[in-house]
Design a protein around this ligand. Structure first.
Ligand code: GEK
Length: 248
């Protein structure tokens, strides 16, 4: 089931292992991400709006690190041009299994037909990006080793058609230590308000240490420009979570 409540870190753990997108996480993922990432639902909804604006006829769309397919579903319900498809990639088999069944239900909900989706189990760094009009990296780049991020963005820029868009959402860090501390505090308050205990917040934080590595918005902007995007800026931010639009 993928609609259960996340209580994975509710009980004290002696040894906190690095965070993994396994079966336990997949089974609570929609609840976990909604209660943990401020603005997640807005970003997903606006991904549909961006698909309507940017997806071109006869092109591919990519959802890299698709988890249970939320961005894919938002895109496919708003693509208005013919002959488009979506390649949705994740390297967690547990996530993809759930994603597959969610997509089957989505297919059944729209008898008149939606853009087809190809689900790929693999590393987003190994996927070839071709003839793309829209690529989504919704909270995925943050899990790629820092020194490998530029290369992935380069390959995305190379595979995008002129006028194509990359939507990059990330947890971000701040250079000013006082602001950094404030953003972390406000994020933790958001999680508390959503029912997470201090123990859950601190154990999850330890599990994500070295697994999720945030960088500043400036580093992200510079990297996108270096990768070949001509127009880059933030379209959404809430505390230390932001989403950028990068146009080829
Ligand atoms: C959403 N975009 O709901 N290759 C493939 N998949 C990866 C890799 C990699 N190298 N690294 C991590 N993942 C989704 C949410 S979650 C964000 C994305 C979060 C996958 C990983 O298995 C997980 O499913 C996803 O990226 C990150 O809009 O949980 O903070």
């Amino acid at each position: 089931m993928s609609n259960s409540r996340d209580n994975l870190y509710a009980v004290p753990q002696l040894d906190i292992a690095g965070f993994r997108f396994d079966k336990a996480v997949a089974s609570v993922f929609p609840d976990m991400i909604k209660r943990s990432v401020p603005g997640y639902e807005t970003i997903i909804a606006m991904t549909g709006t961006l698909a309507e604006r940017y997806v071109q006829a006869n092109s591919h769309c990519y959802d890299l690190g698709c988890s249970l397919g939320a961005s894919t579903i938002a895109m496919r319900h708003h693509i208005s041009h013919p002959n488009c498809d979506i390649v949705a990639v994740d390297n967690s088999e547990d996530m993809l299994k759930q994603c597959q069944s969610i997509l089957h239900k989505d297919d059944a909900s729209a008898p008149s037909g939606l853009s087809p989706v190809e689900l790929v189990c693999g590393n987003v760094q190994d996927i070839s990006i071709v003839n793309a009009s829209m690529v989504v990296l919704n909270f995925t780049l943050q899990f790629i080793p820092v020194e490998q991020r530029t290369e992935l963005l380069h390959r995305i820029a190379d595979g995008l058609l002129p006028g194509g868009v990359l939507v990059l959402s990330e947890k971000v860090a701040f250079d000013d230590p006082q602001h950094q501390e404030l953003m972390i505090e406000l994020h933790h308050n958001f999680k508390r308000a959503n029912g997470y205990s201090d123990l859950e917040i601190s154990q999850k934080r330890s599990a994500l240490d070295d697994v999720l590595v945030p960088e500043t918005l400036e580093v992200n902007r510079k990297r996108l420009r270096k990768a070949g995007f001509s127009s880059v800026d933030v379209w959404f931010q809430c505390f230390n979570f932001a989403s950028l639009i990068a146009i080829k």
